[in-house]
Design a protein around this ligand. Structure first.
Ligand SMILES: C[S@@+](CC[C@H](N)C(=O)[O-])C[C@H]1O[C@@H](n2cnc3c(N)ncnc32)[C@H](O)[C@@H]1O
Length: 243
């Protein structure tokens, strides 16, 4: 994974925080072990999953390498224990956390080294919980609005270990479907935070976002509405390190 792309989000941290969605409660319920007391969130960004975790009775350590993302997170959660570092160097003791949670970020990590570090800090009954908000696109205009190619999407039945790029240990997965409703402007905002669009040359990026907004406007006009739904699967994987 391209390291520059992995850490590109901080350059538009405010927009990221403004336009990206949260994660549904059912997914968080599945990711957080019922016995969990102490959990770590890694690659926390501006705190989209952190917001959900702080609603629960958990001792929380938050790890994120980009100070601009963390600035927003700590503004919203001033008392939280935060660490400006990477997944491969967790500032946590051996066998010290009941879960390591990662939202829309595991694919950016050097997976084998990150997995070794996760295995080190997990208690024997702990797990790694990853979640991605994956768009569920049914119409051609939706694929074009997100500038995604249906032919390049991973298959729905991908093995959970393959999904997290690991071969050791055991993994299971579940998807939690949810829908939000956005105006054409909000669709534009959301798409502007997706790295494969945001990292286009500036003029191409703006042209792509103009097209996104127009596609959604047309879909709304055809449906006689001012908003268009966007469905996601909150795709979750739990990984148990080899013993
Ligand atoms: C798409 S954002 C997801 C942020 C947040 N978890 C969310 O759900 O909105 C990916 C995050 O991973 C972080 N990241 C990238 N490489 C990392 C690494 N090696 N270790 C930890 N975090 C990393 C980025 O700085 C960025 O904040």
């Amino acid at each position: 994974m391209d390291a520059a792309r992995a850490t590109s989000f901080g350059a538009w941290a405010e927009e990221y925080d403004g336009w990206r969605p949260t994660y549904p409660d059912a997914a968080v319920d599945w990711l957080v072990p019922p016995h969990a007391v102490h959990v770590a969130e890694v690659g926390a960004g501006t705190g989209k999953l952190t917001d959900r975790l702080t609603e629960r009775d958990l001792e929380l350590d938050v790890v994120e390498p980009d100070g601009r993302m963390l600035g927003i997170l700590s503004r919203r959660h001033p008392g939280l224990r935060i660490h400006e570092t990477v997944a491969t160097s967790l500032p946590l003791g051996d066998a010290s956390v009941d879960a390591v949670l990662v939202a829309d970020a595991w694919h950016w990590f050097p997976k084998l080294d990150a997995a070794a570090e996760v295995a080190r800090v997990l208690t024997p009954t702990g797990w790694l919980g990853c979640v991605w908000n994956v768009p569920v696109l049914r119409h051609d205009w939706e694929w074009r609005a997100l500038r995604l190619d249906p032919a390049l999407q991973p298959p729905d039945d991908l093995d959970p270990l393959d999904r997290i790029g690991l071969s050791a240990g055991r993994a299971e997965q579940r998807a939690f479907r949810w829908t939000w409703t956005l105006t054409p402007r909000q669709w534009r905002g959301f798409v502007s935070t997706v790295s494969h669009v945001r990292l286009l040359p500036e003029d191409e990026c703006q042209a792509a976002l103009d097209e996104t907004e127009q596609l959604v406007e047309r879909a709304c006009a055809a449906a006689g509405t001012t908003t268009a739904p966007l469905t996601h699967d909150a795709l979750c994987v739990r990984w148990y390190p080899p013993t």
